[in-house]
Ligand binder design. Structure first.
Ligand code: GDP
Length: 452
């Protein structure tokens, strides 16, 4: 189902997550791929342009940087896709429920009724079907055959052409069931007669839900159909069938969201079990190949951290971890904080759990000042921070230039030395990382040392 769109979306999110710089060329190519994939899935062109325009704007927005930008874009993409998939609507069964199914010929109405019957029967409901399609001669038999296979009671009367009489005939028996599924007549198009017939059946049977059944292969024409049925027949939800057999499924799905006709179920095959409850959030998660948005974000973090760690490791291997390296790391995070720096060191993330949140926030303010201070240093000072410790005059100059104090610069130098120390201890530990015991020892040692 929508395999092509799914693989394109996965590629897009991978590209964003793996990019070191989201420069204009990369953003352009990501946006183009996204447009192509969505349009191929039959999503309305103006919707596609609206989404991609916002993504492009966010990607090229200079005010958002580094990891924050990636998070921002992925979240934007996720939210936009959720928005075009529509709102989630869950069906809750009461003691007595009647579902009326309406739709045009050949859209999968009869097959869907048997699927829904099976779905609820498996969940313990006492389900029956009632055939009120008096127009298509083969309809009652088809419904009965499908129901018989599933051991679902099906009430039909092939000789009666008046739905009201059929309903009256079975009315008493229907009371024994807590879910009644009613098949109504279809037509080639939504004609005034069909509207009247649906209204009459609705008045008679007082359904708790009226579902419009539409096939996904009608693509964006689903919009017109859903709107017309919504306006004239009071539908409460849509069931989209044949999701498995068309590349146009994006069109039908998004069209329903556009006219605010919530999609409730999807038909994904011909078998009775080929029915899925539609939930935009989990549907999108599957398309993106991720558990949820959180998993997506974690993916970005893991990529970033790996890059940063490798950079740091390289700096250490060459015998140096300068203030410049610290600055690079601070720069790559919009709201940099000490806990994020700690995340850069494998195995040290847990140390931060020992630090109260308000202290972390104070630290965040401090690190902002550090950034200004580093920016006021000369190249020589950044490369060899040791020279600063020996010359207070240098510290005074930097403090003046960055709106900080000498004491804040001293703290910065202390933290830098400690971080350098931590990273070099870490780099001596085997490639496999830390075992639990060593890590706890390590965490204790540094948690004590960290003073804010
Ligand atoms: P009706 O005229 O609206 O009652 O439509 P039917 O229930 O007879 O279905 C029309 C055709 O669509 C039949 O051949 C069904 O087997 C097929 N069909 C219905 N739902 C699905 C589905 O979810 N996937 C696929 N692949 N075929 C379906």
């Amino acid at each position: 189902m929508l395999e092509k769109l799914s693989s394109s979306l996965k590629k897009t999110t991978d590209k964003i997550a793996n990019a070191i710089f989201l420069d204009k060329n990369l953003v352009d190519s990501i946006v183009k791929e996204l447009q192509r994939a969505l349009i191929e899935a039959d999503v309305n062109v103006s919707l596609v342009l609206e989404i991609t325009k916002e993504i492009k704007q966010a990607a090229l927005d200079e005010r958002i940087k580094g990891i924050e930008k990636k998070e921002h874009i992925i979240k934007l993409l996720h939210d936009k896709l959720i928005q075009i998939l529509g709102k989630n609507r869950e069906i809750k069964l009461e003691k007595q429920n009647t579902f009326l199914f309406v739709g045009l010929y050949g859209q999968g109405k009869t097959t869907t009724i048997s699927k829904i019957a099976s779905h609820y029967a498996k969940r313990g409901s006492k389900v029956c079907a009632l055939g009120l399609d008096v127009h298509r001669p083969a309809a009652p038999d088809q419904l009965k055959q499908l129901c018989d296979k599933l051991n679902i009671q099906c009430f039909i009367d092939k000789n009666e052409k008046d739905p009201k009489k059929i309903y009256s005939k079975f009315k008493d028996q229907l009371k024994d069931y807590n879910l009644i599924l009613i098949d109504s007549a279809g037509r080639d198009a939504l004609s005034p007669e069909l509207i009247q017939e649906i209204k009459d059946i609705s008045k008679l049977t007082k359904p708790s839900e009226t579902f419009l059944v539409m096939a996904a292969d009608i693509g964006q024409s689903a919009k017109k159909q859903a709107q017309a049925f919504k306006d004239s027949c009071n539908i409460t939800g849509v069931i989209i069938t044949r999701m498995d057999s068309t590349a146009k499924a994006g069109g039908a799905l998004t069209a329903c969201a556009e006219v605010k006709a919530p999609v409730i179920f999807l038909g994904v095959g011909e078998k009775p079990s080929d029915l899925e409850t539609f939930d935009p959030e989990s549907f999108l998660s599957r398309l993106l190949g991720m558990g949820d948005l959180k998993a997506l974000m974690e993916k970005i973090h893991s990529v970033i951290n790996k890059d940063q760690i490798e950079k740091t490791q390289r700096a250490l291997e060459s015998g140096k971890f300068t203030l410049r390296d610290l600055q690079t790391q601070l720069d790559s995070m919009e709201s940099f904080s000490f806990d994020k720096i700690m995340d850069l060191v494998p195995g040290l993330g847990k140390v931060k759990d020992k630090i109260p949140q308000n202290q972390l926030e104070t630290q965040q303010e401090k690190t902002k000042k550090w950034k200004h201070a580093i920016n006021s240093m000369t190249k020589e000072e950044i490369e060899n921070p040791e020279i600063l410790e020996k010359q207070t005059s240098r510290m005074q100059r930097i403090a003046r230039g960055s709106g900080t104090t000498v004491s804040e610069i001293r703290t910065l130098l202390k933290q830098y030395k400690m971080l350098k120390d931590m990273i070099s201890s870490q780099s001596q530990i085997s490639e496999k990382g830390l075992d639990q015991k060593t890590m706890m020892k390590f965490a204790k040692k540094y948690a004590r040392k960290i003073k804010f």
